[in-house]
Design a binder for this molecule. Structure first.
Ligand code: SAH
Length: 390
């Protein structure tokens, strides 16, 4: 096994529990390591610090897996995946949908594992976990016993690691369409063609919290995808829910989910650009009692934060103006590079320009099955503010 000898900066990161070691934090690599191969990690004085996977092609050259002397094999992977599954015991159930392994948050950098009832969906996002694919699949089968494991290795980040984009069943085929339950609602998830792994599980707790603001209200759900917020609010007593998404497939899924829950009479979905839609509504006299903004990440890097903030401000400003007094704005950002303080500052600016006074009811984050590690800020990415217009 090769050894990556860290600089002092890399050693400090590792000792503080951060799993990412940058290329510039590594002094030298002794011996040869294929992209993604497991290496020993040593301090500048050559003392053993742990084991991780090494990929010289990635900015994050080293991902720490353990600070013990344990072997990185099928048994190790099974221990980690079983521990992650055990932490989510409360969420389990035959039709339950939740994230079983959330990459760094579960000490398995690069691995995303979601469960949609009887089907598992996995993403191997780094060269390191890709090399461990076979023992990882074995461990998943052993722990979850799914009807099939669908690989959504078509995420663009794989290219940064020098990995091909692909998708399909890992072993035996399972059903691509699965029906799941979230609170009192049911949703159809297409694990093969849906966005990401099929459903935005990170918003589960926020959707359930949003139900409290449904009864008797008129709702606009922008960026509605397959209607998860919309259907919850309709089921919880909203009089009318309108949903907007730019993707025709998402809108078709939202209509199907409304029917599945018997709320199609109170839901109207349309294919549109939410920016245009908000601008057009702003010119009418229409008002809403509850408005949801759950856009995709407007920036994936540090460079584009200013442009992203302009986009966030525009939609939030218009959304605030579209609310009746007492109306609720549920507004989200999943851009990691826009932190909570920056997000709240943007909302302040939007409210000021919209001449709206807003009260903060709650500032929430991602659901608990997407764990946040103290000191690993990258694991905290979702902001979800509940605001009331005065
Ligand atoms: N709220 C959803 C998840 C939203 S994901 C849920 O709880 O399931 C973001 C959605 O925004 C995607 O469905 C994507 O198709 C849509 N989208 C992206 N750009 C858009 C735009 N300009 N206008 C409308 N929808 C857009």
């Amino acid at each position: 096994m090769a050894t990556a000898v860290l600089r002092g900066s890399g050693q400090r990161r590792l000792l503080r529990g951060h799993p990412w070691i940058y290329r510039s934090d590594i002094q030298e690599v002794q011996g040869a390591a294929e992209p993604g191969e497991v290496v020993d990690i040593a301090a500048p004085n050559r003392q053993f610090l742990g084991r991780g996977t090494y990929n010289a092609r990635s900015q994050i050259a080293l991902r720490v897996l353990t600070t013990e002397t344990e072997a990185i094999d099928a048994a190790f992977l099974r221990r980690r995946i079983a521990a992650a599954a055990a932490r989510r015991r409360d969420l389990a159930g035959p039709e339950a949908a939740y994230r079983v392994v959330s990459s760094e948050g579960d000490l398995l950098p690069g691995l995303i594992l979601d469960r949609y009832g009887s089907v598992a969906v996995a993403q191997f996002l780094t060269a390191g976990i890709e090399r461990l694919r076979e023992p990882t699949l074995e461990a998943i089968e052993g722990v979850l016993r799914p009807r099939g494991i669908y690989l959504r290795n078509d995420a663009a980040v794989r290219a940064l690691e020098g990995l091909p984009l692909e998708r399909g069943w890992a072993r035996a085929d399972g059903p691509e369409q699965v029906e799941i339950r979230e609170g009192p609602c049911r949703f159809r998830v297409d694990v093969a063609t849906g966005q990401k792994t099929g459903f935005f599980l990170d918003q589960r707790e926020n959707r359930l919290a949003a139900r409290a603001f449904a009864a008797g209200r008129q709702v606009l759900d922008c960026f509605c995808y397959t209607g998860a917020f919309a259907v919850h609010l309709a089921e919880a007593g909203a009089t009318l829910v309108e949903g907007v998404d730019i993707s025709p497939e998402a809108v078709a899924g939202a209509e199907a989910n409304a029917r599945l829950n018997g709320v199609e009479g109170r839901c109207r979905f349309r294919v549109a650009n939410a920016f245009d839609e908000l601008r057009a509504l702003d010119k009418t006299r229409r008002k809403f009692d509850c408005l949801i903004l759950d856009p995709p990440a407007f920036t994936k890097g540090k460079e584009a934060v200013a442009a992203a903030l302009r986009g966030y401000k525009e939609i939030n400003l218009r959304a605030m103006r579209l609310l009746r007094p007492g109306g609720i704005l549920i507004t989200c950002s999943c851009s990691y590079h826009v932190d909570e303080a920056t997000f709240l500052a943007m909302l302040e600016e939007a409210a000021a320009d919209a001449h709206c006074r807003m009260r903060i009811l709650a500032v929430r984050t991602q659901a608990g099955d997407h764990p946040i590690l103290l000191g690993v800020r990258e694991t905290r990415y979702l902001k979800c503010a509940f605001l009331e217009r005065l």
